[in-house]
Design a protein. Structure first.
Ligand code: UDP
Length: 320
């Protein structure tokens, strides 16, 4: 596993993971890591993912998302590594007219985050096309994530970002008293309760889809590109109600203006995913599970922050 540690705040990785800290844009680091690991394929999750931040720091997003993907692909092809699973996003669709998008819907991102991921998709597809006559043509799976949320239920991993603005993270930060209230961005919109609608998917179900996509590439060279969502919308206010019910705490909210560039409704048409993997079964009660696991993870993070650091090991005896 490679990570540049830009977004890991508190949690050490499980010891059994071979971890290579570094930046995909660093060619020396990339070469040394690939020399050490000799991977058969790559699952490329790395990237910057906060939409409002991407509007303030577009160059960071094009560099960390598009350019990093380009460097990674260069290293992969030099070595004829032929399998790539890539994390893309529903932000490539921009503000869809109907609020429900299929993979063939227009690609019109409205922020640097979505655009940087669309560039990455394009780079991947072009390299794939060019590799068709190669000894080992590139096999690719592009997964367009909708709103990923929740944590591993055994609490090995969860969302850590230092500056994250995602709804579920903000909900659990409010439930744990780290902020006084939750801003509900948009309360008078053209949705049944006036707040924005998204398709939240539990991280476990998303991980499962990556494993399935990678296994498919091992046996079938056909390129994969599919939406990752349940195909069901949930409004911000319904997530608030769900959080209150799951946590049995009250969640204070403040009605706030809509966020710049927020689609009112963004829900996956997931028929392609269902067709590809008919036995894919989401976690039961996904929204409750998302909130419950995210809250348990947040509480674990807080407990770790408050517990005293372990004492440093004693200094070795001096030879003098
Ligand atoms: N949202 C909100 N309050 C928050 C954070 C998010 O009302 O503190 C809303 C946001 O406007 C959007 C939805 O929740 O409609 C999901 O936002 P998030 O940032 O989680 O993901 P996005 O859909 O922007 O990728």
């Amino acid at each position: 596993m490679i990570d540049d540690l830009s977004n890991i705040a508190h949690n050490p990785l499980p010891a059994r993971i071979d971890f290579y800290p570094g930046d995909l844009r660093d060619p020396v680091f990339l070469k040394q890591t690939f020399d050490a690991v000799s991977p058969a394929g790559v699952l490329h999750f790395a990237g910057a993912v906060v939409v409002p931040e991407s509007l303030e720091r577009p160059l960071t997003y094009y560099s960390r998302n598009s350019y990093a993907t380009l460097r990674l692909l260069g290293e992969m092809r030099r070595r004829s590594i032929d399998k790539l699973v890539f994390s893309s996003t529903a932000a490539v669709y921009g503000i869809p007219a109907t609020g429900v998008v299929s993979e063939t819907s227009p690609l019109l991102p409205i922020n640097p985050y979505g655009q940087s991921k669309l560039f990455s998709e394009k780079i991947i597809l072009d390299v794939q096309a060019a590799s068709s006559s190669h000894h080992r043509p590139l096999r690719t799976a592009i997964l367009r994530y909708f709103n990923v949320a929740g944590a591993d239920q055994s609490l090995r991993t969860g969302q850590q970002g230092k500056s994250t603005t995602h709804l579920v993270k903000r909900i659990v930060q409010t439930l744990t008293g780290q902020q006084p209230h939750l801003h509900v961005f948009g309360t008078n919109l053209t949705t049944p309760d006036g707040s924005c609608v998204r398709d939240y998917i539990h991280v476990r179900d998303l991980v499962d889809l990556h494993v399935r996509a990678y296994r498919r590439l091992e046996v079938d060279p056909a390129p994969l590109l599919f939406n990752c969502g349940y195909g069901q919308g949930a409004s911000v206010l319904s997530m608030v109600a769900c959080a209150e019910q799951v946590s049995r705490r009250s969640l204070p909210t403040v009605a706030s203006p809509p966020r710049k560039g927020d689609p009112v409704r963004l829900v996956a048409d997931n028929s392609r995913l269902r067709h590809l993997f008919p036995d894919w079964t989401p976690v039961p009660n996904p929204l409750q599970t998302i909130i419950a696991s995210a809250l348990a993870w947040e509480e674990q993070l807080l407990a770790r922050q408050m517990s005293p650091r372990p004492a440093p090991p004693p200094a070795p005896a001096s030879d003098a």
